[in-house]
Ligand binder design. Structure first.
Ligand code: ADP
Ligand code: MG
Length: 247
């Protein structure tokens, strides 16, 4: 029997900070079209997993293969180029630029199908900026200075700045932290929509939100997998209840 083809293959991944293993022999597999959520107590190593995948932190051992490319050997810039987009916990947008300009500066350079025709390129970028703005519920806010957006809208804008690059693996660290109930509902709808055609890895604490979006859930604890599977199996797992959900 042939091995199933996943988009992302993480095997035996370990990182040690002065002898402390923040991620310890992790195995994690994500399919195309899969929205995978990682949960777990503070300090479990969730953010470190994203740091390792995007090359911000170098692994001590193990392998991260994305679409057959070994990411552990690449620089952060090369990993972005390999199709990996990552959103940090705090939004990093240009506060003094408009929504439109934030999206426009994030449009990938030198990928126009019209080659050097600047005028065509401008049209193409403009159409894409408007399309992405609509997707992230900011179609009516194009001219607004980003500083004036609500916290939730800033989070959406940052997702849009990644989306405009059409990453094949999109990673989000606590995307609904600080959002209103309504914004959380909209974000769940957004993530389910944008995960089609790519793989997604989301870290989140809000279990109602996780239940709405997750295809699969991995529970991390002290750098190791405590449980993995669908939401129901994970929620009913006594070990998970003991170390995480019970609190
Ligand atoms: P989580 O996101 O699950 O709350 P983190 O991945 O941020 O947890 O952190 C896991 C552990 O690794 C914590 O104990 C943290 O202090 C430690 N850690 C993370 N990054 C570094 C680093 N660059 N150097 C030293 N320790 C780190
Ligand atoms: Mg974290």
């Amino acid at each position: 029997m042939s091995k199933k083809e996943f988009a992302l293959y993480i095997e035996d991944l370990t990182v040690s900070f002065d002898g402390f293993k923040a991620v310890d022999n992790l195995n994690l597999y994500i399919d195309k079209d899969e929205l995978h959520v990682v949960i777990g107590p503070n300090g479990a190593g969730k953010t470190t997993v994203l740091d390792l995948i995007c090359g911000k932190t170098k692994s001590t051992a193990g392998s991260i293969k994305f679409q057959d490319t070994e990411l552990t050997e690449l620089s952060e810039h090369e990993i972005v180029h390999a199709g990996v987009g990552r959103k940090f916990q705090t939004p990093s947008i240009y506060e003094n630029l408009s929504v439109y300009d934030n999206l426009e500066v994030s449009y990938p350079k030198g990928r126009s199908v019209f080659g050097s025709l600047t005028f065509k390129r401008t049209e193409e970028v403009d159409a894409r900026v408007r399309e992405v703005a609509n997707e992230i519920f900011l179609g009516d806010f194009l001219e607004m200075e980003a500083a004036l957006l609500s916290h939730g809208q800033k989070q959406w804008l940052e997702i849009g700045m990644l989306l405009i690059q059409d990453p094949q693996l999109l990673m989000l660290d606590e995307p609904v932290a600080g959002m209103s109930v309504k914004e959380r509902e909209q974000t769940a709808e957004l993530l389910k929509r944008i995960c089609k055609g790519r793989s997604m890895l989301v870290i989140e604490h809000d279990m109602d939100f996780v239940a709405k979006i997750a295809h699969k859930v991995t529970v991390l604890h002290q750098g190791k997998i405590l449980a993995a599977g669908d939401m129901q199996a994970v929620q009913n797992n006594p070990k998970v209840i003991e170390v995480y959900l019970g609190h």
